[in-house]
Design a protein around this ligand. Structure first.
Ligand SMILES: *[C@@H]1O[C@H](CO)[C@@H](O)[C@H](O)[C@H]1NC(C)=O
Ligand SMILES: *[C@@H]1O[C@H](CO)[C@@H](O)[C@H](O)[C@H]1NC(C)=O
Length: 416
């Protein structure tokens, strides 16, 4: 139960009645009746407004001189609830206490401050008319992020727009900035602009990303801070989705019999693709490409390659980028042919095509190369082997030439 204005009023009325009722205005009456022994009470200075963080103790001090028989009370200004009279707390709030200090000062203390304590408090003297002063308490609140009103992780197709939002509360109102979790710059496209602008941080609770590109994919952090520690942050992961893209840096690889050779495909895809290698079927007129036609026609279809003693299959991924590696061990004539790296995800499918051919060495020279792992980079390989074989030389020159001229390469019959 809280006492409201009632008690003070009663006190005020009683004080008024005590003065002799000779028809003079009450204030004058009061003044005159007490003037010799008891000068009018008055405030000394002002009540300082104070600011404290939530959880701490706030103190408002009200200083009065010449109080005499009058009383000092503390009220909450918003609803006029009486909190204390003289040295006595009259509200049932264990966090409120009063202290009478050095004769003149009445202190109102509110411990374990809450946001609801924010507001103004009135120090009243029950003179007639009553005298009052007001002091206000501001309660600082550290920032908080409202999850329900902030972005969750999101997936957006490339070319579409996305808005990352972070709603923060606190007092003072927190600042919100965005940065990328990986420390990279944030790329922002101004409306109507084609260029992406690089910024380390973005100020504002809403980060709008127009016509997303895949490099904008990543984890973003919104950080809310005000003068009250600690700052808080939220992580929003943005996935930019697109169909796989496959690129084979080297599409032609020559290698001597008996060696190991590595084929590489670079893949970009989001969401993460399922990737595998196929070896094209051999047909009478060369090498079949992977097509449903060849599968349906009953001709030998492409063979799915599995990791094992013959093939070493690995895949490395870093974000939306990946590398597919196929090592064909102990290269033999039957390994000559077309290989396909295939990558599929929910948005599409892509494949790269590579061709393996045999480099003929001088008789007897082939064994020395057994342990040699040929990396992709057919040109380098071809150049290095130029001297090795005269008959190979013409080959590789024509190969070099066709690669340089970007002409479609016609392969001669290998098995001749
Ligand atoms: C305290 O704040 C109140 C309300 O904002 C204002 O009216 C009053 O003048 C302030 N007091 C002082 C001493 O600044
Ligand atoms: C973002 O806010 C910080 C700190 O308030 C300020 O230093 C910076 O200049 C602001 N940047 C922009 C782009 O408004």
């Amino acid at each position: 139960m809280e006492w409201h204005l009632g008690p003070l009023f009663i006190i005020l009325i009683m004080a008024a009645k005590c003065g002799s009722g000779n028809g003079m205005p009450q204030s004058q009456q009061h003044h005159e009746s007490n003037s010799q022994l008891d000068p009018d009470p008055e405030f000394i200075g002002f009540i300082n407004n104070v600011t404290y963080p939530a959880g701490r103790e706030a103190v408002l001090a009200c200083s009065v001189r010449n109080l005499g028989k009058n009383k000092v009370g503390w009220l909450r200004a918003s609803d006029q609830t009486v909190l204390a009279l003289q040295g006595r707390v009259v509200t049932h709030n264990a966090r409120i206490s009063v202290m009478h200090q050095d004769m003149h000062t009445w202190k109102l203390k509110i411990s374990k401050l809450r946001e609801s304590d924010r507001g103004c408090y009135m120090c009243q003297i029950n003179t007639s008319p009553m005298k009052k002063q007001v002091g206000c308490i501001d309660v600082q609140v550290p920032p908080d992020i409202i999850n329900e009103e902030s972005s969750a992780d999101l997936a957006v197709q490339e070319g579409e727009d996305a808005t990352l939002t972070c709603k923060a509360t606190g007092n003072p109102q927190p600042r919100v900035i965005w940065r990328r979790e990986d420390g990279e710059m944030i790329l922002i496209r101004k409306p109507g602009s084609r260029e992406l602008m690089k910024v380390e941080t973005y100020n504002g609770s809403s980060l709008r990303l127009l016509r997303l590109e895949r490099r904008q994919m990543g984890a973003y952090l919104c950080i809310a801070s005000n003068d009250v520690p600690p700052a808080v942050s939220k992580r929003v992961s943005l996935s930019v989705q697109f169909a796989p893209m496959v690129r084979a840096p080297s599409q032609l690889l020559g290698t001597p019999l008996g060696s190991d050779v590595q084929l590489e495909c670079q893949v970009e895809a989001s969401p993460s693709p399922v990737s595998y290698w196929l070896k094209g079927a051999r047909t009478s007129n060369g090498f079949a490409s992977v097509s449903t036609a060849s599968l349906e026609s009953g001709s030998p279809g492409p063979e799915m390659l599995l990791d094992g003693p013959k093939y070493g299959i690995t895949e490395k991924r870093d974000g939306y980028r990946g590398v597919m590696l196929l090592v064909v061990r102990s290269f033999s004539a039957s390994d000559v042919g077309t290989y396909h790296c295939v990558s599929t995800n929910s948005l599409g499918r892509a494949e790269g095509t590579l061709r393996l051919y045999e480099i003929k060495l001088h008789p007897g020279a082939s064994s020395s190369n057994d342990e040699h792992l040929n990396y992709i980079g057919g040109l380098e390989e071809a150049t290095r082997n130029l001297a090795a074989s005269r008959e190979a030389t013409t080959w590789q020159l024509s190969l070099l030439l066709s690669m340089l001229l970007l002409l479609p390469l016609r392969l001669p019959p290998w098995d001749a």
